[in-house]
Ligand binder design. Structure first.
Ligand SMILES: [Zn+2]
Length: 173
């Protein structure tokens, strides 16, 4: 059986700024009001014969939304972002997280932001595609700690109403 959680109605939302380096129109810092829809399929199990407790799904998803909300999302693995005093080939992302100011260049444009305003993500892009994969992988790891009856989770990250990317992650035994 499958359960569905609607991101708008369940308040699984976040508003963030991002940039898609090298993109003609998305290469400028801009923002979206995102919302996250969730679909989980699995066997009904446990005392209440739930697939999964809605409360858990919403709590774990909301925690990720809150982490990203009102921040600039920085994809640390993007090849066009040249960070000051940080080389992704040799340095750990944790070193970058320790810096008080995140300074980088994209195609000659210089950015300098307080690190408390940023979320550094281990991703090549902060597109809806990469964000949906990030949510699905993070949520599947979290749910696997308490559930062993689930087949897959599918997460759709919507960049506002009308466009989103969906990623499906299978649970492996
Ligand atoms: Zn965008």
């Amino acid at each position: 059986m499958k359960i569905l959680v609607n991101g708008i109605q369940s308040n699984l939302r976040f508003s963030s700024a991002h940039v898609i380096p090298g993109h003609e129109s998305c290469g400028f810092i801009h923002g979206h009001s995102y919302f996250v829809d969730i679909e989980i399929e699995g066997e009904r199990a446990g005392k209440f014969e739930f697939v999964v407790d809605f409360k858990d799904v919403k709590k774990y998803t909301k925690a990720i939304c809150d982490e990203l909300d009102h921040r600039v999302l920085i994809p640390v693995y993007n090849k066009l972002i040249d960070f000051k005093d940080f080389d992704i080939e040799t340095d750990s992302i944790f070193e970058l997280k320790k810096q008080k100011t995140i300074s980088f260049k994209i195609d000659g444009k210089g950015y300098s932001l307080p690190s408390v305003d940023c979320v550094l993500l281990p991703l090549p892009y902060t597109s809806a595609e990469e964000l949906s994969k990030f949510f699905a992988e993070t949520l599947s790891r979290k749910l696997a700690e308490t559930y062993d009856n689930l087949d897959y989770i599918s997460v759709c990250v919507n960049e506002g109403i009308g466009q989103g990317a969906q990623y499906k992650k299978e649970f492996v035994e």
